[in-house]
Structure formats: C-alpha cells, structure tokens
Design a binder for this molecule. Structure first.
Ligand code: F6R
Length: 242
C-alpha cells in the first residue's frame, strides 16, 4: 500500500485523475470502478474538465458503481445511479449502456447481485477502482464485520453511516437502512485501487486501515493485502498516522 500525503483536495484530485487518464490512454476499453459520496467529486470534475478541454475520451470505457441504496424509487436524485450520471458520466462521452451498478430495486436482489458480478467478469474485471472510506473504515458499504472475502450482496447500514449520509437527504429518516454493495472480495479483484480521504473526520479510519491489523472490524484494512493500492490523503486525514 502506497500512502501519499498531499496538501489539498485539488492536488489529490489531480493525482487520481492522472492515474485514470494514463490508464484510459493506454487502454481505451478500460474498466473503471466508480465510487459515490463526496471524496471522488473533485476527480470527476477534473476528468470532465480534461475531457472538454483536451482529447481525453471515455468512448470505449466501462464503469461499474460500487454500491446502491435499497428502497429508493428509481430516478431518486440521491440514488447512486443518478449521482454517478449527474456527477460524472453525463459530463463525458462514455456510452450510457456501459455504465453499470448494483440493482437496489430488483425483486430478486441475490440474483441481481450475482448478475452484476458476472457483468464485471464479462467486461474483463475492474482496472482501476476509485474508493472513499467511511468514518468507520467501510469501503463500498462493507460495514465493520463484513467478510474480507465477500461478494456483491445486500447489507444494513450502521447508524453512524446513516448519520454521515443524512447530509445528502432532507432528514436522516429518508436515508435507507439497506444497500447493495460490491463485497470486499469484489473490490480486491480490481487491478489498481485508488482510495481518497480528506479531513480530520477521516483520521481515525485512515490510521486504523493503514497501521492497524487486517481485521473485519475495519473493512478498508483488507487493502493491506492488495498488490497495488494507492491511498491519497490530505494532512488532516493523515494526522493520526505514526
Ligand atoms: C460510496 C461509498 C462509500 C463512501 C464513504 C465515504 O459509493 O461506497 O464507501 O466512499 O462512505 O463517503 P464520503 O466520500 O462522502 O466521505
């Protein structure tokens, strides 16, 4: 695991965008793993900017979302399908059919999760997975106690994560209790993982997953076992490191 401490979120976004641009130029049919939440927004802005001002094309790229809420009506502005469309894929030239996500509205959620895993496999696997990290160390929505070998499945959100995400909704009562998320085993299959964390509220999670033991209580710690993970953090998020 390579940990890079940068001075501000703009520098972090630029480094992450460089990694994605290098990949897409080398491999025009690259497969990107897309996170939601606030951490990757600067990266999406930077990639959209490079697309509009330069020759960076995503026409051959496939994108796979990490997770989705269960129980939000299709088209809800805070469903992750809509967030990824609004924040990223509508701003570039990726083909809409090449953007996939776990289906939180399926009648048969286990079958939909298995089909999602199969779609990732058919696309050739994820080349670069962008991640944020929760204050409890979750990646995707793999909350503390998630199996380190898990695959895409339904999970419950813990109260802290619902509180953390209430800022995207009118009230905490609107934050769903359940999600479908890529598992830790699914995330570990990505060839390169780029995790972004900024701000003092992430310092404890960063300390735990970078310097703590590999343990299900801190899901992101599984990345210590990943052959190519880049952690991009600012000084506040790094403040708990030894
Ligand atoms: C989002 C996701 C979550 C977030 C995490 C951090 O798709 O899977 O793991 O990355 O909750 O969220 P932010 O970036 O909003 O602090």
């Amino acid at each position: 695991m390579e940990v890079v401490i940068l001075h501000d979120p703009a520098a972090i976004a630029a480094v992450a965008a460089d990694a994605i641009e290098d990949l897409v130029r080398r491999k025009p049919h690259a497969v990107l793993g897309l996170a939601t939440g606030s951490s990757p927004l600067g990266v999406y802005d930077e990639l959209a900017r490079r697309h509009h001002t330069g020759s960076l094309s995503f026409a051959g790229v496939h994108g796979f979302a990490l997770d989705e809420y269960v129980g939000l009506p299709v088209g809800h502005p805070e469903s992750y399908r809509e967030v990824i469309r609004r924040e990223f894929t509508d701003r570039i030239d990726i083909h809409p059919d090449n953007v996939h996500g776990p289906d939180g509205a399926a009648d048969d959620i286990p079958a939909a999760c298995a089909a999602f895993e199969e779609t990732i496999r058919e696309a050739g696997g994820v080349d670069l997975q962008l991640l944020g990290v929760g204050t409890d160390g979750h990646i995707g929505f793999n909350e503390p106690g998630s199996s380190l070998a898990s695959r895409t499945r339904i999970k419950s959100l813990i109260d802290q994560t619902r509180k953390d995400n209430a800022r995207f909704f009118d009230s905490i009562d609107e934050v769903p209790h359940h999600v479908v998320t890529q598992g830790l085993g699914t995330i570990m299959d990505a060839r390169h993982v780029v995790l972004i964390a900024t701000g003092a509220q992430k310092a404890r999670a960063v300390r735990d997953f970078v310097e703590g033991p590999v343990a299900a209580i801190c899901a992101a710690s599984v990345l210590q076992m990943h052959p190519h993970t880049t952690v991009l953090i600012d000084e506040a998020a790094a403040s708990g490191l030894k």
